[in-house]
Design a protein around this ligand. Structure first.
Ligand code: E4P
Length: 218
């Protein structure tokens, strides 16, 4: 499974990259707005930190405007992936961008049928939002399982990028289902590493180690 971080905060990205676990980054307009910086400079800085795919989202909702924005974003760095909403003009833009060799991440996916349409348009990634489905009483990870099954049925190459992740359980399910990528908030990355039994075990080893007599010098 590939692990992306879902943030536009470059401090968090630097820290996650230093852990050696980071395969890529996803951003969205809300995350960029939270930084108080402009889209271009944030994406430029993120791409200078991370070699893997960095998703930057278009703000336009009509074909021509999406294409213009997509070209501007793609010019920022070779590892930019253009994030496009799952709407009619968005799918049309994805088809054209794919033909031009520009990578895309189709976002705001809430049904397996939408996911199949994105794959037919040639999307590089499809982003099902699992946490937002859980929030309205639907099993978000069930959607991921259905997309993985549908893609396997037809041999689509689009990668399933599990988004709107809220807890380590979403990550565990991602691994069990075999989705390609999970994009995680910084907090969840920390939660994945931490286990109380690891902390207790380490404290006991260190306490016992303090009782080991020093070796005699010959
Ligand atoms: C994914 O690409 C989105 O940026 C993100 O995962 C949305 O998560 P949220 O539902 O926590 O806002």
């Amino acid at each position: 499974m590939k692990l992306f971080i879902d943030t536009a905060d470059v401090k968090e990205i630097r820290e996650a990259a230093a852990m050696g676990l980071l395969d890529g980054v996803t951003t969205n307009p809300s995350l960029v707005a939270a930084t108080g910086r402009d889209m271009r400079s944030v994406l430029q800085e993120i791409c200078s930190i991370v070699d893997g795919p960095v998703s930057g989202e278009v703000l336009a909702t009509t074909y021509k405007e999406i294409m213009d924005e997509a070209h501007d974003l793609a010019a920022i760095a070779p590892n930019i992936v253009v994030k496009v909403p799952l709407i009619e003009d968005g799918l049309r833009a994805v088809k054209t961008l794919t033909g031009e060799g520009i990578k895309t991440n189709v976002t705001l996916c809430f049904s397996p049928i939408q996911a199949v349409l994105a794959a037919k348009a040639g999307a590089t990634y499809i982003s099902p939002f699992v946490g937002r489905l859980d929030d309205v009483g639907h099993e978000g990870m069930e959607l991921v399982a259905q997309i993985v099954e549908a893609y396997a049925n037809y041999g689509y190459k689009t990668e399933v990028l599990v988004a709107s992740v809220r807890s380590p359980l979403h990550v565990l399910e991602t691994i069990r289902i075999g989705a390609h990528v999970a994009t995680l908030p910084f907090k969840v990355i920390h939660q994945l590493i931490k286990h109380p039994l690891t902390d207790v075990g380490l404290a006991r080893f260190l306490a016992d180690a303090a009782k080991i007599p020093a070796a005699k010098k010959s």
